[in-house]
Design a binder for this molecule. Structure first.
Ligand code: CA
Length: 227
């Protein structure tokens, strides 16, 4: 497999490169964000290992820029701190996994294997409702061909709704599928997320896809929902 390592600490970059080469991978290294982003766009990699703190352009920017340009290669983000905020930002920027530095090489390898396996699975079909498209592999969402940037949770909610079109989805059901079993259906979290999603997916388009069914829940449909 062909892997790009974007890491400004040469010692760390070489350590990763050497280890991955020993595993039989082809490895390119870039030492700043600009070079990394450039290589990620012009070459086809199976995986990108991307440091968060980089000169010229940080890892988050690199990641969201290559996603915007349609690069769907899995990204493993390296974060220096064990800060939850960094991880959330990384995932929101389109990273697929993250690893906190310092790490044991075996752990890096395990993540690499998991991501490569995921990437080589047969392509999941793109979900489509009129001009709204969601690609489960790249997690890319577009409407009318224009990319829509969603947070991880917004994406999960939209994917669930697109997999269940024309059906009444109660808050309880949405909570169970998109949040977790401890989700409190009395909270207004779902309504807040649906409203964010609406702003991104429906606002400015002639046809609204996300509908509220008073007292019942929500429905994603291209037809007018039952009153
Ligand atoms: Ca760094």
């Amino acid at each position: 497999m062909k892997i790009l390592v974007v890491e400004d600490e040469q010692r760390v970059a070489q350590f990763i490169q050497k280890g991955l080469k020993e595993e039989g991978h082809a490895v390119d290294c870039a030492y700043d964000g600009e070079e990394g982003g450039f290589l990620a766009e012009v070459n086809e990699y199976d995986l990108i290992i991307l440091d968060l703190m980089l000169p010229k352009k940080n890892g988050l920017t690199v990641c969201s820029e290559i996603r915007e340009r349609g690069v769907s290669t899995p990204v493993l983000m390296l974060t220096a701190r064990d800060a939850v905020q960094d991880k959330v930002r990384g995932l929101d920027a389109g990273a697929d996994d993250y690893l906190t530095k310092p790490f044991v090489f075996d752990e890096l390898l395990a993540r690499v294997r998991a991501l490569l396996r995921r990437g080589s699975e047969s392509k999941a079909p793109i979900l489509k409702i009129i001009d709204l498209e969601l690609d489960p592999m790249s997690r890319r969402v577009t409407r009318g061909g224009k990319p829509i940037r969603l947070t991880t949770k917004e994406y999960a909610l939209l994917e669930y709704m697109m997999r269940n079109p024309d059906r009444v989805l109660s808050r309880t059901r949405i909570g169970e599928h998109v949040w977790d079993m401890n989700f409190d259906p009395e909270s207004n979290v779902i309504d807040v997320y649906v409203s964010h999603l609406r702003n991104k997916v429906d606002k400015g388009f002639d046809v609204s896809l996300i509908h509220t069914l008073r007292g019942q829940g929500y429905m994603l449909t291209e037809d007018a929902p039952p009153a």
